[in-house]
Every structure is written in C-alpha cells, then in structure tokens.
Design a binder for this molecule. Structure first.
Ligand SMILES: [Zn+2]
Length: 311
C-alpha cells in the first residue's frame, strides 16, 4: 500500500492506495492557503495519519505528493506556486521525518495525467497527453510509458503556448497564451462579454438572476439553445481545438484526455472538438488520436501521486 496526496489551492485530498492502484481510504479538507505553508504541511500530516489509521500502516511503503507550481523534485521543494502562495518551501523532508518512509513530489497536473494513464482513460495506451481545462490549463505528457518532464523538470506548461500574438494578457505575464482563450476562466470571461453585448439573451438573464455567470448557468443557456450562449460555445470550442491540434501535430499521441469541470459535458464538447482537430491536423486521419474525457475525476491526482516511485 501507499499514500497519494493531491494538494490543491482549494482542497487537499489524501488517500491510501492499494498495490492494485485502488483507493481504499480517503480524506479531504480545505487547504486554506492564507494559513501559510507550515500550517498546511501540519494539517497534511494529520490527514495522512488519519487515513493510515484506517489500515495496517506497517504495510505502507511511501508517500507521493502532487503540488501545483514549479518544483525541485530531487530537493523535495516547491520553488514557486502561485496557487498556494508558496516560494521555496521544503515539503518532502518534513513529511519524511514524521513518517520515516520515502516521500516523492511532482507537479499536480503530471500526477493527474499519471493516474489517468495508469488506471483511467489512458490505461490501454502508451503515449497520452492530458489537458485540464480549469482556472488555467494544466497538462501532463506521457511518452512511451514515461512521464515527460523536460530539462528543468517543469516542462508541462501546455497552457502557455501562444494562441494569439500580442493577444490577451495571461496570468503568466505573457500575452496571448492558449490558457487565456481556452481555460474554464476564459469561457466565463467570453460569456460575460457576450451577456453585456446581448441584453435580451438567456446568458444576460442568468447573469442578472444569479448575480454572475458560471459553468453551470452558461451550459444551461447553451443546452437551451440560447443563440448568444451557443456562439460563445462555438468560439470557445474552436480555441480548445486549435491548441489540441498543435499538441497532436507535435506529439502525435495515441490519446488526448481532457479533464477539468468542463469535461463533464462529455460527448457534447468532444464531438465538435474532434471534428475541428480532424479537419486541421497536419498528417491527416492517420495522426488522429482518441480524444476523450478523464474518467477518474479528482481521484486521478491521488492515484498518480501514489505511483511516483515508479515514474
Ligand atoms: Zn501564459
């Protein structure tokens, strides 16, 4: 058995994972970033202790932690994490001293990709790229059964490839990144703009009634056939597909797995994405990967983190 931890800016989840990569015990709490790194690491240890108490803890071989941000894996440090508000925070050694077993850390998006590759949507392929459409765009690249990390170990910044030269300002400081056009936040921004332009639209009504637009009311308007909302959806899907086409052209993976809240739309979003990628992919249909959604949800990060000793 092993422990997998998914440390996010909003919640942290800790699970005991069996040798067959099934979660057998799990606990989740709020991260509360404003408490600072020491408190968060302390609460994480308590949570690990609690799940360990539910099993025979002598059988637990190691702990894997998925963290957002840039990491120094060999030093077990988070170099910089915008989401957590951390800079140069040692994490592995602190946890190792408490539990006296090996501790591994990895970027959270890589852990989610690993989880999907090991037991989720990608379990039957050996080259797979996962993209997570959330507040930003996260990504993880598996090539020939290995997690691809690049020279610095932090190469999975798929969301920050350029979509529009001198375009919208991205959270990274550069202008025109894919993330600024195809993340979940970008969809909400586009819908808000449309609601302002089309005062008679259902989008505009929801914006007023619910005081803000979110994934739920935007997709309600889309499914109800609201013209303004459907235009936003069409534009958004085009941006998502443009980025995926570039990824397919570069890597020719066997599979693209889409995660994040929007992936709950399933075939409704996958079909138009597939059509656009098929139309534009450089090497034609022979290069076309399976494009699907993640099937493990939040558990992917826990399972992936628990397997870091092997990848
Ligand atoms: Zn960027």
């Amino acid at each position: 058995m092993k422990i997998g931890i998914d440390l996010g800016g909003t919640t942290m989840s800790v699970g005991v994972v069996s040798d067959k990569n099934e979660i057998i015990a799990k606990k989740e709490i709020e991260t509360i970033c404003s408490d600072g790194a020491d408190k968060i690491i302390e609460r994480m240890s308590q949570l690990v202790q609690q799940v360990m108490n539910q099993v025979d803890k002598t059988q637990i071989s190691h702990i894997g932690i998925g963290c957002p941000g840039m990491l120094d894996r060999s030093a077990g440090r988070v170099l910089y994490s915008n989401n957590l508000g951390w800079e140069n925070i040692e994490i592995s050694e602190k946890i190792r001293q408490i539990f006296k077993i090996p501790v591994y850390i990895e970027n959270d998006a890589n852990c989610a990709a690993l989880g999907e590759y090991i037991v989720g949507s990608g379990k039957d392929v050996n080259t797979m790229i996962m993209i997570t459409l959330g507040t930003g765009i996260g990504g993880g690249i598996i090539i020939d059964n290995k997690l691809y990390r690049g020279k610095s170990g932090n190469s999975n910044i798929l969301g920050h490839m350029l979509m529009v030269s001198d375009g919208l300002l991205c959270t990274c400081g550069r202008k025109g990144c894919w993330e600024a056009y195809a993340s979940g936040s970008a969809l909400i921004r586009m819908a808000n703009q449309k609601a302002e332009e089309c005062k008679e639209s259902e989008l505009s009504k929801y914006k007023e009634l619910d005081h803000s637009l979110n994934g739920k009311n935007i997709f309600l308007a889309i499914h109800n056939g609201d013209k303004a909302a459907c235009q936003v959806f069409e534009q958004y899907i085009a941006y998502v597909a443009e980025g995926i086409t570039d990824i397919v052209n570069i890597f020719e993976p066997q599979m693209i797995v889409i995660g994040g809240g929007i992936s709950q739309q399933g075939e409704f979003m996958l079909n138009p994405i597939r059509q656009l990628v098929e139309k534009n992919v450089y090497c034609g249909l022979d290069a076309m990967p399976i494009i699907t959604t993640s099937c493990l949800g939040n558990d992917a990060g826990i399972i992936g983190a628990s397997c870091l000793n092997e990848y």
